[in-house]
Design a protein around this ligand. Structure first.
Ligand code: DHB
Length: 308
């Protein structure tokens, strides 16, 4: 079964890869992704300076998914720029995820990381976990201004990672921003921000930062992820490739993302819980699903969701 994919002219040996944030902060973690069956190496979102992140505990997995408030722990863009040539030797695309703490930071990081020539650069408009900083993706004017300023600084394909939207009017207005901003691909969705998981036994929150509020991932967010993939696929007429992220734990979940319009799929929570062997399992399960349904490649089922 052909599980390769192409996004913005860049060929991926597999359509399955890590979601930014999951096991991709250190060079060791990134090399481990390089050696694995992952179809790409996606970096942790990088800031200008290295960050230790929020106080622990800051990730908690539970049967339906996970909650995290990591607070952007990362090595700073200079360290990732230096690693990129080594990471590119694994023969799969390297995606550099960029997350400034202010607009100027995005421009600085984009300009400099672009010099290291990752295969793609992903502008993250959707980090929910920095105390006092709202997600840029929830402000349409801020998003458009930032994309307008950052686009000319990037010479490789530029993607945008968006937060989940919960109303068709919000899908529509952001799709127009994306259409106007010369975006090469979308990554949908980031974690569902600012949920709260309670440990009723201890009568506590389960993570320490922000009074226990954190980004939700895993199975419980799959319908939100699929709805966002589908909404943007339709609004943009399938013309901008989409990486579907959210709620994937088995091959059948990948298939659902493909049906909704995704060209590739990323895994966060299940990668953290299962480590990089997950890619082999998902490949096998996806291939079995596609074969059983008579599809010959992922392109054959992309966007083919039937509406009743
Ligand atoms: C973090 C979480 C995110 O969802 C994101 O997009 C970037 C950073 C974090 O808490 O580290």
């Amino acid at each position: 079964m052909d599980l390769t994919t192409t996004i913005a002219g860049v060929k991926f040996p597999s359509c399955l890869m890590n979601a930014s944030g999951a096991l991709c902060v250190t060079k060791d973690e990134l090399v481990t992704l390089g050696r694995s069956r992952a179809g790409a190496i996606v970096t942790k979102s990088m800031t200008v300076e290295a960050r230790a992140g929020n106080p622990e505990p800051r990730y908690y997995g539970f049967p339906g998914g996970s909650i995290n408030s990591m607070g952007l722990p990362n090595l700073g863009y200079r360290a990732y720029a230096e690693m990129i040539p080594d990471l590119k030797r694994f023969g799969k695309p390297v995606i550099a995820s960029v997350a400034g703490l202010c607009e100027e930071d995005f421009l600085t990081i984009a300009r400099e990381i672009n010099r290291a020539q990752p295969d793609l650069i992903e502008v993250n408009l959707s980090c929910p976990n920095i105390p006092g900083k709202p997600q840029i993706g929830y402000d349409v004017a801020d998003s458009e201004r930032l994309l307008k300023r950052v686009r000319p600084l990037i010479t490789v394909p530029m993607g945008v990672k968006l937060p989940p939207y919960f109303d068709p009017a919000h899908h529509a207005v952001m799709a127009e921003v994306i259409r106007r901003s010369n975006v090469d691909y979308l990554n949908l969705i980031n974690s569902v921000g600012n949920g709260l998981v309670v440990d009723r036994q201890r009568e506590t929150a389960v993570i320490k930062p922000k009074g226990g509020f954190g980004g939700l991932g895993g199975t419980l967010i799959k319908p939100v992820a699929l709805a966002n993939v589908r909404a943007f696929w339709k609004l943009l007429d399938g013309a901008i490739p989409i990486i579907g992220t959210g709620g994937v734990t088995e091959g059948g979940d990948v298939f659902e993302h493909l049906l909704c319009g995704a060209s590739a799929v990323q895994v966060g929570t299940v990668l953290v819980e299962e480590s990089v062997s997950v890619f082999e399992r998902l490949e096998r399960e996806l291939a079995e699903t596609l074969e059983a349904k008579g599809y010959k490649s992922i392109a054959d089922c992309r966007g083919k969701l039937k509406e009743l």
